[in-house]
Write a protein that binds this ligand. Structure first.
Ligand SMILES: Nc1ncnc2c1ncn2[C@@H]1O[C@H](COP(=O)(O)OP(=O)(O)OP(=O)(O)O)[C@@H](O)[C@H]1O
Length: 245
């Protein structure tokens, strides 16, 4: 473990994964600290979501390690990683449409051991800025409130690390600004580490402390958003046609 890995709360190193013999991630490593937002960017098909699947335990890498809070969690299931403080959101905010908000919170509370209280759910709402009446059908919520509801369900578990897969997708600018505030506050005040996938470089400068750029399954740059956006390799990955096109 190098020094940065040693002090970080969560990360991975040397991750390889292939599908149908095709390498999708090649020796990928990253880490995030408490109080830090790490942006994970890259063009379509770069491997960002596949990396999240490895980090949360849904995909098993053929090589490499994932650690959380100093422990090697590479062999742990999704549930065991969640129990140790890893929380993940998905690109599409899918909610159980037939349930009311109150029923969603109830299900989320009783899915946790020990059971969470109504106070925990209210705390999650507070942190996620979710201000909708609890008798509202979840299916009637707009995209932003769906995202906030799902985030509130995660936050009531008091996670140590958040993996957010394109949280700004489908939101208008004012909603993205509010979401950035929510994430920033969680990271600054509650010592959470967050890794956030976003393929729009410009959105990351507002929120990310540090950025990792993936292209064709490899890390091609790391640094502040400004540093990576000026990196010729990153510009080429985003704006140049592939040589075989
Ligand atoms: N389960 C799978 N089986 C086969 N190929 C897969 C699977 N999941 C992902 N891939 C392939 O892996 C590559 C990386 O996909 P991935 O979704 O991780 O990229 P991404 O950076 O998240 O892309 P996007 O920004 O478009 O969501 C793509 O070529 C994709 O087709």
């Amino acid at each position: 473990m190098n020094r940065a890995e040693n002090t970080s709360i969560f990360g991975c190193r040397g991750i390889d994964i292939s599908f149908g013999g095709r390498p999708i991630l090649k020796q990928v490593g990253l880490h995030v600290d408490n109080h830090e937002v790490l942006g994970l960017v890259g063009p379509n098909g770069a491997g960002k979501t596949s990396l999240f699947e490895v980090l949360c335990g849904r995909y098993t890498p053929s090589a490499g390690q994932v650690w959380l809070g100093g422990d090697d969690v590479t062999q742990l299931s999704v549930h065991d990683r969640a129990r140790k403080g890893l929380a993940r959101t998905y690109q599409s905010p899918v909610v159980p449409s037939a349930m009311s908000v109150a029923e969603v919170f109830r299900a989320a509370r009783f899915a946790h051991r020990p059971y969470l209280t109504r106070f925990d759910a209210e705390w999650g709402c507070h942190l996620a800025h979710f201000q909708v009446r609890w008798d509202t059908p979840a299916g009637a919520l707009d995209t932003f409130d769906r995202r906030k509801l799902l985030l509130a369900c995660l936050l009531m578990r008091k996670p140590a690390v958040l993996l957010l897969d394109e949280p700004a997708s489908g939101l208008i600018n004012s909603e993205i600004d509010e979401l950035d505030l929510v994430i920033r506050r969680l990271v600054d005040e509650y010592a959470i580490g967050a890794i956030l996938i976003e393929h729009r470089l410009e959105l990351l400068s507002a929120i990310a402390d540090r950025t990792v750029v993936l292209d064709l399954g490899e890390v091609i740059a790391t640094g502040t958003p400004r540093e990576v956006f000026e990196n010729p390799r990153v510009l080429a990955a985003y704006f140049e046609e592939p040589a075989h096109a």
